[in-house]
Design a protein around this ligand. Structure first.
Ligand SMILES: [Zn+2]
Length: 348
């Protein structure tokens, strides 16, 4: 049976603390590699920097693939202002208001790390009358570096330059009431679930019905994480990524979300039916949902021309791409569904 969910939550905590905006994920992939090493699974890196784990199953002609992405939202230095502040460009799809006031980290090409805060240029209410009303956009939002810098040259002397990666403080916290709140639960919560699934398979010496690949992808937030390195034998491809919560959504922070359709269109009907059947049979709390503005590594794989049965499930994440939160119940339900899924018969 599955590992205790507290172990998964601790792993999520470790993962979100490692900065990994899309385009700069070497450190987090190395962490994942190190974590998996003791289970002696076959793994390799792809050229994009992602990691593929393969566990042989009884059927070697029809394969299964599961993916979760380890890259996150972030930013990059666009311009050094004459004031010594930084103008930033966003990595991934989110709004400037969701990072206003956030602590951040700037990493230079040489590897030095500086701390800072993301602020509206017009933050001080003692100086700017309209501070609350001004638009949160690229022009008004800037990074205040925690160094004595007054000019662009001062900043360059630190080694900071255009193109340097900026990551956000995740502010991760596990509450007594069973919530985990943090940035980047999308999709590090699912990465932790897959890693602990691999661990469970290894500990239990589970016999998988099909050879199964686990892709820890590293470019999902920019659209092309899981669209490559899919072995030609792969029939089924399941993306494990966050369930979207909001008005009109069924998904919540306590259940596993099974996606029927997102912006890319419907996911494979047969696979969806199988996932629902597995949930019902094993008393797993689930919700079926449509995510209005969403794409996944599974839809990216289909778009890139792969002939696959594709699906999407994941824990329900509140306030996604901003101040995210989920509950251990949602992680538990997702872990259970994954556990039974990898042992189930294929859809075709
Ligand atoms: Zn995601």
């Amino acid at each position: 049976m599955n590992l205790p969910i507290s172990e998964t939550m601790q792993l999520i905590k470790d993962l979100v603390k490692i900065p990994s905006p899309s385009g700069h994920t070497t450190e987090v992939i190395a962490f994942v590699e190190k974590y998996l090493k003791e289970f002696q699974v076959k793994m390799k890196r792809n050229h994009k920097g992602g990691l593929i784990v393969t566990i042989p199953g009884e059927n070697k002609n029809q394969h299964r693939m599961l993916t979760a992405h380890v890259d996150t939202l972030g930013a990059i230095v666009k311009e050094i202002k004459s004031s010594g502040r930084l103008m930033i460009d966003l990595i991934g799809g989110f709004n400037y208001n969701s990072i206003e006031g956030e602590y951040c980290q700037i990493e230079t090409m040489r590897g030095e790390v500086y701390s800072g805060t993301i602020l509206m240029h017009q933050t001080s209410v003692h100086v700017y009358k309209d501070a609350g009303k001004l638009e949160r956009n690229q022009k008004n939002i800037e990074v205040r570096i925690d160094e004595s810098v007054h000019t662009a040259d001062d900043v360059r002397k630190l080694g900071i330059d255009v193109g340097d990666f900026i990551s956000f403080d995740p502010r991760v916290e596990i509450t007594k009431s069973g919530f985990i709140k943090s940035r980047h639960l999308d999709d590090k919560a699912s990465v932790a679930l897959l890693l602990n699934l691999i661990k469970t398979i290894s500990i239990e010496e589970m016999k998988l019905p099909y050879t199964t690949h686990f892709l820890i992808s590293n470019n999902e937030e920019i659209g092309y994480g899981g669209n490559s390195n899919i072995p030609s034998e792969t029939v089924e491809y399941l993306a494990v990524d966050m369930g979207a919560i909001g008005d009109g959504q069924a998904t919540n922070e306590f259940t596993v979300s099974i996606c029927a359709k997102d912006s890319s269109g419907p996911y494979h009907y047969g696979l969806r039916k199988n996932l629902i059947e597995l949930a019902k049979r094993n008393n797993i709390e689930y919700k079926v949902d449509i995510y209005p503005y969403y794409g996944s590594d599974a839809s990216a794989a289909i778009r890139s021309g792969h002939d696959l049965v594709h699906g999407l499930i994941g824990p329900g994440i509140d306030a996604s791409h901003a101040f995210e939160r989920t509950h251990k119940a949602s992680l538990e339900n997702t872990a259970k569904l994954l556990y039974y899924y990898v042992q189930s018969d294929m859809t075709l």
